[in-house]
Ligand binder design. Structure first.
Ligand SMILES: [Ca+2]
Ligand SMILES: [Ca+2]
Length: 404
């Protein structure tokens, strides 16, 4: 009798336990699934892809200083939109991510983002209602805590980018991996083996030239002749081109003096490592050694950029701008403009503007790999006209016109 009683009691307890765990399971799984479905999880196979583009992909910077880096979420197909994202990122020593700013919808500032999660290596935002974003830029602040080279990128498995319907996550296609070098003395590029350095044990003698000798009587400054100036090396970087490509690019260069005298030359640039383009022995005619110049740079698919110093830099892509030329062109053998970007957008035939012609050329030729079409519309030189080219033009709409 007692044995039977114990047996029944055990059944009751086991039943209760089973019921409790079943209920708990329903609550946990149901609640978690609802959260994941709404924000994070892929509940059905998604053919559509998004690229995570990091800009810049490579840079050499001073340690212990904050630098801005943009991560852009770009759907790979036209008409696809983003309603939220959950990104897990990582950085390796000495790179540290010290901040994540408010995301912006590229080309549409009416989109409102709400933060869901932010931890040490994870950030998640959803969009409040409509409109949704075509492409999202997220500003990260990085710094190097010591000298050395480190990586910054995103975890494909843990990151989610949500489409225009809840529970519809994109397949994350390409993820850029950035490599940042931090050095106390940034070395000058060694692209030209012909440049010889002066041995340190030989004192520099001789006349440094009248233009940098303020004590000269005024009459002497006219002795330096106006004539051609050969710049041994010029370096450029173009927005959206972050690696070496097997192409050359014709670039129009105009040196403009403070009195408005112009010297124009078209130079052919060759692509190199890290997206740095170089040209050698560029000849500017009629350069006055007593003048200061700025240089206008216009690529085959670019908006014209005005550069006032021989080695300009910028922290955000496209942010460099200047007014007065400070380049003593006659004295410069290296014009290193690779610290800034020449922005894309004015396609052939060029009219000095990023306008509906340029945008519609890309939209009308999306997916094309035809050589003639690519010559006009493949802005990032990846071999086809695609949404990345479109995004690059959208970014340039804030600049819109050639600088002069
Ligand atoms: Ca145009
Ligand atoms: Ca392209």
């Amino acid at each position: 009798m007692k044995a039977l009683d114990t047996f029944l009691k055990n059944i009751d307890v086991n039943r209760l336990k089973a019921a409790f765990f079943m209920l708990l399971g329903i609550i946990v799984v149901g609640g978690f699934a609802l959260f994941l479905n709404t924000y994070l999880y892929k509940s059905r196979a998604s053919e559509d892809k998004v690229n995570i583009v990091i800009d810049p992909l490579a840079a050499t910077w001073a340690p212990n200083t904050d630098y801005n880096v943009m991560a852009r979420l770009d759907p790979d197909s036209v008409g696809k939109r983003i309603s939220g994202f959950d990104l897990t990122y990582y950085a390796s020593d000495p790179v540290q991510v010290v901040g994540v700013g408010l995301p912006v919808a590229v080309g549409d500032d009416s989109v409102v983002f709400t933060k869901v999660i932010q931890t040490a290596n994870r950030v998640s935002y959803v969009i409040q209602g409509e409109p949704l974003a075509i492409s999202v830029s997220i500003p990260f602040t990085v710094r190097g805590v010591s000298e050395g080279t480190g990586m910054f990128s995103f975890d494909r498995e843990k990151s989610r980018i949500i489409g225009d319907i809840p529970s519809y996550a994109y397949t994350i296609n390409g993820i850029g991996q950035a490599a940042y070098t931090f050095a106390n003395t940034v070395p000058s590029p060694t692209v030209n083996p012909n440049v010889t350095t002066i041995p340190t044990n030989v004192p520099i003698t001789g006349d440094p030239g009248p233009s940098i000798r303020p004590t000269d009587p005024p009459g002497n400054t006219t002795s330096a002749p106006v004539g051609p100036k050969v710049v041994e090396t010029m370096l450029l970087k173009f927005q959206g081109i972050t690696a070496e490509v097997s192409q050359k690019m014709k670039v129009k260069l105009t040196a403009v003096s403070l009195t408005g005298v112009k010297s124009e030359v078209t130079a052919e640039f060759t692509s190199g490592a890290g997206g740095v383009w170089s040209a050698h022995d560029v000849v500017f005619e009629n350069i006055d050694p007593n003048e200061r110049y700025y240089i206008l740079v216009k690529g085959e698919k670019s908006i014209q950029k005005k550069v006032c110093v021989a080695r300009p830099t910028e922290t955000a892509v496209g942010s460099y701008s200047c007014s007065n030329g400070e380049i003593n062109l006659a004295n410069e053998s290296l014009l290193d403009f690779s610290g800034i970007r020449i922005m894309a957008g004015d396609l052939s035939p060029q009219d000095g503007q990023v306008d509906s012609y340029d945008l519609s050329f890309i939209l009308n030729n999306l997916g094309s790999t035809d050589a003639n079409v690519n010559n006009v519309g493949d802005v990032n030189l990846n071999g086809r006209v695609d949404t990345q080219d479109y995004s690059l033009l959208i970014q340039s709409l804030t600049i819109k016109s050639d600088e002069n």
